[in-house]
Design a protein around this ligand. Structure first.
Ligand SMILES: *Cc1c(COP(=O)(O)O)cnc(C)c1O
Length: 395
């Protein structure tokens, strides 16, 4: 056996412009290096209280049950389904991308019967189709939608769906993993009963926590369950006994991740939620203008495009991997490729949280211009960056 020490850890610095994680603020990085405390230490329980207060402001909710679940965004998704669905329940779920599909899988694993409402990947779910699905069943327990479909770049309108959920007496569950902290999300005003997110997208924290909130109506459903929640780890009544109602040990909270989230939420408060959403809008639109000026086609339905994640079609004859490798190796930029039916057809460019800057908009356009020109794509040098800087100046 060799006695040389294993390689030191020395990851390169990347500009993270994919579908998440986004870059983190140096203050968030620093927060994770703060001294470790016990999970019942009075100092730490104060941090928990303050984190919950800041999360309520971010979700725009008064919900008492609001806290970060230990685990990534998918843990939030699983908690959203396994606590509220029992075998035999009916769930209507919007499916227009990978995360809608993942919701269906979650609901089916809970033994629920799923009525999917589908739409092409890149288009929104039509409210009329939602109503048809709700109408077709005797009693729908839950209506679930993905607000920001990270696999397609589409932003789902929620107002009409929320109204329909109330009319048909179904709980309204919304995935805001990619929208929270980048697009407007207003849990109480929008009548959302159950909502979860993730830390590594527009909140700009490392992956590892899933902010979660549920209102009293949802909790009444939880209390009325006829059998225990099948997941011990994600059982909201057990989690509440640590986060909300007492300080009873359930599992050891990931202390350093909570530090990171607290710091990230402090940064969001300092910037102001409205200013932050405005920043994502301005940079997102500038990127859209820049890409179109390069002769590229945006993939998501017009009028329903995300500002935090842009999907753009790969021009014919251009090698997907070659361009993405060029971005990584020559510019140290990460972007995402397409998933499922969009594999090899689109790129996904994130401008989330700390990564949503004017500098990054211009950098990605410059890098794409260079790499595409090298591949023989007909392009006027500077077309994308010029259009984007014009858009940035106008705003
Ligand atoms: C990223 C994402 C998830 C899953 O989050 P993980 O942190 O990867 O587990 C769920 N829903 C949406 C819309 C996402 O973008």
């Amino acid at each position: 056996m060799s006695n040389s020490s294993p390689r030191p850890l020395n990851p390169p610095y990347r500009v993270l412009m994919g579908p998440g994680p986004s870059n983190i603020h140096p203050r968030v990085q620093q927060a994770m290096a703060a001294p470790l405390l016990g999970h019942l230490d009075p100092y730490f329980t104060n941090v928990m209280d303050d984190t919950v207060t800041l999360l309520r402001a971010l979700f725009r909710t008064e919900n008492r049950l609001t806290f970060p679940i230990s685990g990534t965004g998918s843990a939030g998704m699983e908690a959203g389904f396994c606590n509220f669905l029992e075998p035999g329940d009916i769930a209507v779920i919007g499916v227009n991308g990978l995360f809608g599909e993942r919701m269906v899988d979650n609901a089916q694993r809970c033994g629920a019967e799923v009525v999917p409402v589908t739409s092409e990947w890149g288009r929104i779910i039509d409210p009329e189709a939602i109503e048809e699905a709700l109408k077709s069943q005797k009693r729908v327990k839950l209506l679930a939608l993905v607000h920001a479909e990270t696999s397609t770049g589409a932003l789902q309108p929620l107002a009409e769906a929320s109204r329909l959920a109330k009319q048909y007496e179904a709980l309204f569950l919304v995935d805001t993993v990619t929208s929270l902290g980048g697009h407007e999300v207003a849990v109480d005003d929008w009548g959302i009963d159950i909502c979860y997110s993730g830390t590594q997208k527009c909140i700009s924290c490392p992956p590892g926590l899933a902010p979660f909130t549920a209102n009293p109506k949802a909790l009444a459903t939880l209390e009325a369950r006829t059998r225990k929640v099948q997941s011990w780890y994600l059982d909201l009544s057990l989690l509440s006994s640590y986060w909300a109602t007492g300080r009873f040990y359930h599992h050891t909270a990931p202390i350093c991740m909570v530090y990171a989230l607290y710091e990230a939420l402090r940064i969001i408060t300092e910037e102001g939620l409205e200013a932050r959403i405005e920043r994502h809008l301005r940079n997102g639109l500038a990127l859209h203008h820049g890409l179109e000026a390069m002769g590229l086609t945006l993939h998501a339905q017009e009028g329903h495009r995300l500002n935090v994640l842009t999907t753009v079609r790969i021009p014919p004859g251009i090698d997907d991997l070659k361009i993405r490798q060029g971005l990584l190796n020559e510019f140290s930029i990460e972007i995402g490729g397409g998933l499922g039916p969009l594999k090899g057809k689109i790129w996904r460019i994130g401008l989330m949280g700390h990564s949503s800057t004017e500098a990054n908009v211009l950098l990605i356009l410059y890098a794409l211009e260079k790499l595409l020109a090298k591949e023989g794509y007909p392009i006027e040098p500077g077309a994308g960056t010029t259009a984007a800087s014009k858009a940035l100046e106008e705003k």
